[in-house]
Design a protein around this ligand. Structure first.
Ligand code: ZN
Length: 506
């Protein structure tokens, strides 16, 4: 058996064989059976989902010698000639290579003549969005008043680029990307039919690499058969695709989770020793991180037959969602930067080190010593301490936090608010604060708030001071960290102090 024949041999020849586009097939079948035919169809969808295959099937439905039908016979001369690309009334034009108004004008000029062999002339214009503006205009005239015997089938990966005037004259069908499982199942059925031995895992690899395109899946299958000398093993297909063993990537992220740079670098060296593609590795790493994010937020969306599922779930537990998001970003960015790196391996290592260095929390490092709280005022509890236990919220709480206690005599509180926060001293807020104080102290109180000079002893000012002090201490600790220093030197970067956070502090 000739290997290359497979993709062509298994190209769907009628609606029944078309995988994964049931919604489109149903509508077209219905229209054909009712003989309600439109004069222009637009098939949209990403490459390889079957747009031109569908166009060919539709052309046979329209021209089959058995009559207009949803089930072309595939035997008559019209059917066989359309399949072979030799039917005189069936024209496929690739707009990507024939963009000009001349080709379009010629085609349209010929369209006025009656079909020579079939019932309808069928013009398929692939990648129609690539036509020039003039060519679109030429086509529009015919679309507005098409001859009875003419059918247009337009196909595009980019419907946004088609003028609205053209769009509005077409019956539009959006072809879906083929789900991985549908591709896998289709390949499995086909191989069984062909009696070619295979490993199921190998078909999953092909399904993933095909990225929604059945055409790609079939041609990869052809390659895999040639590559494996007539049988299809997971190892062989993995090698052929340059696929990255999931194990490497899991080990990498486990090292990131453990903040173990040495282990992560060792994994990258192992990968280099096997000459794996680091570009593919970063893409796969991003998709693994996506799985972790799913496991964390929507575990039911995780595929049940995911390889190494338990390890993925373990990782999802040991990395916090913020880190997963950040690592995902870094993986994407790293992939973009890869062509600029001195070499792929270096670029990959750098990306992994970045994941380790810029985790949102400085997990696994010594926490910086927090600045000491200033000693509480002797005697009465200090105002800032009192504020902490006051049952008050919102703007009234902000008022309490930003005032200083000037004087307290029994149940009289004289408070000073700085000019910059005078807006907080609204009567309503004062009343709430007064009520909260009364509630807390168990008796009526009097509150007097004036705007004036403050000394930095309000609860808010003290907290801000503490935050600055602890941030400075944390910054110092990070600057002293040898690993971060090496990284800063390597990246020619600097640590942004405001990005340093201690656990549990904003
Ligand atoms: Zn036929």
């Amino acid at each position: 058996m000739s290997y290359q024949v497979l993709a062509r041999k298994w190209r769907p020849r009628d609606f029944g064989a078309l995988v994964g586009q049931e919604h489109v097939v149903r509508a077209l079948r219905h229209a054909l059976e009712q003989n309600r035919l439109h004069h222009a169809y637009l098939f949209t969808g990403t490459r390889g989902v079957g747009k031109t295959t569908l166009a060919r099937i539709l052309a046979k439905c329209l021209n089959c010698e058995t009559g207009v039908t949803a089930t072309p016979c595939n035997r008559c001369s019209a059917c066989t000639q359309i399949d072979a690309g030799r039917f005189p009334d069936y024209v496929e034009l690739d707009a990507a290579s024939n963009r000009g108004v001349d080709e379009m004008t010629q085609l349209l000029e010929r369209s006025v003549y009656a079909p020579t062999a079939g019932r309808f002339k069928v013009y398929v214009i692939d990648e129609v969005h690539q036509l020039s503006g003039h060519a679109f205009n030429a086509m529009l005239k015919t679309l507005e008043e098409p001859p009875e015997h003419l059918k247009f089938i337009l196909a595009t990966t980019d419907p946004q680029k088609i003028p609205v005037t053209v769009l509005s004259r077409c019956l539009q069908f959006n072809l879906k990307q083929m789900p991985r499982e549908a591709i896998r199942a289709h390949l499995e059925g086909l191989l069984k039919e062909e009696k070619i031995p295979f490993e199921s895992e190998a078909l999953s690899l092909i399904g993933r690499a095909a990225a929604g395109s059945m055409r790609d899946a079939l041609s990869l299958l052809d390659q895999a058969i040639a590559h494996g000398g007539g049988e299809i093993s997971a190892a062989g297909v993995g090698e052929m695709l340059g696929a990255i063993d999931q194990g490497f990537l899991l080990r990498l992220l486990e090292s990131v989770a453990a903040a173990d740079a040495a282990a992560a670098v060792a994994v990258a060296s192992d990968m280099q020793a096997r000459s794996l593609s680091f570009d593919t590795a970063l893409a796969d790493l991003a998709s693994l991180l996506l799985k972790l994010a799913l496991a964390q937020s929507a575990p039911e969306a995780l595929e049940a037959d995911l390889p190494e599922r338990a390890r993925v779930l373990d990782l999802a537990r040991s990395l916090d969602p913020e880190t997963v998001q950040l690592c995902y970003q870094i993986a994407l960015q790293g992939r973009e930067d890869l062509p600029l790196a001195p070499d792929e391996h270096g670029g990959f290592v750098m990306t992994i080190l970045r994941m380790l260095a810029f985790r949102p929390e400085t997990a696994g490092r010594e926490p910086a010593p927090a600045a000491k709280r200033p000693p509480a005022a002797k005697g009465d509890a200090s105002w800032p301490q009192l504020v902490q236990s006051l049952p008050v919220t919102g703007a009234a709480r902000e008022l309490a936090r930003n005032v200083e206690l000037k004087r307290r005599e029994g149940s009289l509180f004289e408070l000073v608010v700085p000019k910059s926060k005078a807006f907080l001293a609204d009567r309503a807020h004062q009343d709430k604060l007064k009520a909260a104080l009364a509630d807390h102290l168990g008796g009526p109180v009097t509150v007097k708030v004036t705007v004036g000079e403050v000394s930095g002893a309000s609860a808010a000012a003290i907290e801000a001071g503490e935050r600055d002090a602890s941030r400075a201490a944390a910054a110092q600790a990070v600057q002293k960290d040898g690993f971060v220093n090496d990284l800063v030197n390597l990246l020619d970067g600097k640590v942004v102090d405001s990005s340093i956070r201690q656990e549990g502090k904003p």
